[in-house]
Design a protein around this ligand. Structure first.
Ligand code: ADP
Ligand code: GN1
Ligand code: MG
Length: 345
């Protein structure tokens, strides 16, 4: 039983259904007579300290709230009946948000303009947090975009081969190992640390359904200090792909230079980055994709305990698309660098 009645909703809940395509939390749409809500069971296997997580979210939302013009421009937490920002019982940890009405959430860009809007949204989010006191943020997942550390864990998991799956994934393991030389490229570049979102998938920004303009950045669980190139790169990884993250026909999976350019224009137009940060944006795209592939592959080899899966081999399929994208980016590297240098033109 979900603890819906613990939250201060406007009226009794008429329905509560699983919602969205996130890989981490359990998300439910709760409908009351005069309002809708998003109820989430926080994945405490991933977020070990929900109290710290919720402190981060509450303070980021307060900061955003004082800066947005449209009230739908940032999420609103629904307090518990006791006035707390989240609720915990023996079944788990829960939080509730107002449903941001009149928006759409895309798993694939339907046009260059939609994808560019996500760039404008994430760029504006980063700009909005430029004066947020970064030292007050808890590290909700330590070493989240520490690619060398992701490799360290990956290699331990390969060596252990606890489920005997290594034999199913030789080609992918070899690909990952052959690309390890790039792993520290961002971390060793001396880039400025900013407050970043760190999970900038297209489906983590809501677009206004009428205007299709970016309206509200969601999924704030991983807001932590990071590099601008991480946010840029994770968006490209997911949204500039010509296929779904779990497409099994790899011939459909490429990185679209048109989508790359459209996103770059919008992102750079919305936040102001230094020259070294701009130069490393293509590396951000490649590394976030490689890192995500390594994470999917690690999870496959470990028995699918982190990312939600919907079929056998799902995480291996996901790893394959990421590595296909990395290989495709390598063939387009010079053009990606040129487009980035020209501000997305
Ligand atoms: P996860 O961490 O599992 O990805 P998200 O916080 O991204 O969870 O939520 C999953 C999905 O639920 C989103 O992709 C979006 O479709 C929807 N969603 C989340 N919060 C809201 C909200 N406040 N208003 C409308 N839709 C939301
Ligand atoms: C997860 O939570 P969601 O589905 O928006 C993951 C990201 C990965 C992404 C891959 C906290 O994002 O880091 O890039 O899946 N989030 C967490 O699709 O690990
Ligand atoms: Mg999400």
């Amino acid at each position: 039983m979900l603890p819906i009645e613990q939250f201060a909703l406007k009226g009794a809940a008429q329905s509560c259904e699983r919602y969205g395509n996130g890989h981490i939390n359990e998300t439910y749409l709760v409908t009351c007579p005069s309002a809708r809500y998003i109820l989430q069971k926080i994945n405490t296997n991933v977020f070990k300290k929900p109290d710290e997580l919720m402190q981060n979210i509450a303070s980021v939302l307060r900061h955003q709230r004082s800066r947005v013009s449209d009230p739908r421009g940032c999420m609103a937490l629904v307090p518990t009946r006791d006035g707390a920002s989240w609720y915990q019982d023996e079944s788990g940890a829960y939080r509730c948000y107002d449903f941001v009405e009149g928006t759409i959430c895309l798993d694939r860009a339907e046009s260059e303009a939609d994808f560019a809007e996500s760039g404008a949204g994430f760029g504006a989010f980063q700009r909005m947090l430029a004066d947020f006191p970064a030292h007050t943020l808890h590290e909700t997942i330590p070493h989240f975009h520490d690619t060398p550390d992701r490799y360290r864990i990956f290699k331990e998991v390969v060596a252990a081969d606890a489920l005997g799956r290594v034999c199913e994934a030789h080609r992918e393991i070899d690909f990952a190992l052959a690309h390890e030389k790039d792993a520290a490229a961002l971390m060793e570049a001396g880039l400025p640390l900013r407050v970043t979102h760190n999970d900038t998938k297209l489906n983590n920004v809501l677009l206004d359904a009428q205007t299709r303009k970016a309206l509200c950045v969601i999924d704030l669980d991983t807001v932590m200090p990071g590099f601008a190139a991480n946010d840029f790169g994770d968006s490209i990884r997911f949204g500039a792909s010509t296929a779904a993250e779990d497409e099994t026909d790899l011939s459909k999976v490429t990185m679209s230079l048109d989508l790359y350019a459209a996103f770059t224009r919008a992102f750079l137009g919305a936040c102001s980055l230094t020259q070294p940060e701009i130069e490393l944006l293509p590396m951000g795209a490649k590394l976030m994709t490689l890192e995500c592939g390594v994470r999917f592959l690690t999870d496959y080899l470990q028995g699918d305990t982190y990312f939600r899966v919907h079929r056998p081999g799902h995480n291996l399929d996901r790893a394959r698309t990421q590595f296909k994208l990395v290989a495709d980016m390598e063939t387009k590297w010079a053009e990606m660098a040129r487009i980035t240098k020209n501000g997305g033109k």
